[in-house]
Design a protein around this ligand. Structure first.
Ligand code: ZN
Length: 277
């Protein structure tokens, strides 16, 4: 219980840094310097006014100096990150897998908000993310277990050792994650001359696949597409959206990833049970 609360507070503090990333990464500005300042009066924010969530409440969402409104998104991002960290530690216990999932959650928060605002997904997150997935995830992620390898690759590599089988699952996850989106984007471009699937989505899905393995990658795409279709249809019905405009896919893939990370194995075994009937 104490650990969960400590991790929640740690998540809030990291969330505060994520806000800086969301604000500055798409504009190509440094995430280290200058320190946080008010966008209106440019005055640096004092450390006691920069406490996650609490400062926002105490200041009633306004700059102490000039009274400029502070976006409600800052405390939302902090709370979201804190709650996800607490859920991860509750579900996976303290260890390498929890740590990797926290890093994945924070990356997905930053990517989702930037994709929502600018319809871009920065390579500066997805490319290092793939590297971390390929190198570290095979050590810790339970989703990369050797028995879950595709095409009986596990049986072809009986002496490969658990790291190597995990690495293959991570690599196949990366390729099977990015591949379908790359294909959809290519076909759509040929048929309709529309950039439906950006390269950013492909790399994002590659990164997610490298963490979750090939089964997790495919489930994430299905869940993301399902969530995206439901929201897209609702928007079209309420005339908020046209078929031609592109809905950012990143936030839906992020939702798919979270569902897969927490409940993926249950959903996959339920699904496999269905098709066996
Ligand atoms: Zn100000």
């Amino acid at each position: 219980m104490i650990l969960t609360i400590a991790v929640f507070i740690f998540g809030l503090i990291v969330g505060s840094f994520l806000n800086v990333c969301i604000l500055r990464l798409p504009r190509g500005r440094s995430i280290i310097t200058p320190p946080s300042h008010c966008p209106q009066c440019k005055l640096p924010i004092k450390f006691y006014d920069n406490i996650p969530v609490i400062s926002f409440i105490l200041l009633w969402g306004k700059c102490r100096n000039c009274g400029e409104h502070i976006s409600w998104r800052y405390p939302i991002v902090e709370l979201l990150n804190g709650m996800l960290y607490a859920c991860v530690i509750h579900e996976f216990k303290f260890g390498g897998e929890a740590f990797l999932l926290m890093a994945l959650c924070s990356s997905l928060i930053v990517i989702s908000f930037i994709d929502f605002d600018y319809q871009i997904i920065p390579d500066v997150i997805t490319l290092p993310g793939m590297f971390v997935g390929l190198t570290l995830a095979p050590f810790f992620m339970s989703t990369l277990g050797g028995d879950s390898l595709p095409f009986h690759l596990g049986r072809l590599l009986p002496h490969a050792g658990s790291y190597l089988t995990g690495f293959f699952n991570s690599l196949v996850g990366l390729l099977l994650g990015g591949g379908p989106l790359l294909a959809i984007g290519w076909i759509w471009k040929k048929l309709r001359h529309i950039e439906a699937m950006g390269g950013g989505d492909v790399k994002l899905m590659g990164m997610i696949g490298s963490f979750l393995g090939w089964k997790g990658a495919l489930l994430t795409i299905m869940l993301g597409a399902l969530a995206g279709s439901v929201v897209g249809l609702v928007l079209i019905v309420f005339k908020q959206h046209t078929m031609e405009r592109v809905i950012p896919f990143g936030p839906f893939l992020a939702i798919g990833t979270l569902v897969t990370a927490f409940h993926g194995s249950d959903i996959i075994s339920w699904y496999l049970g269905l098709i066996r009937l």
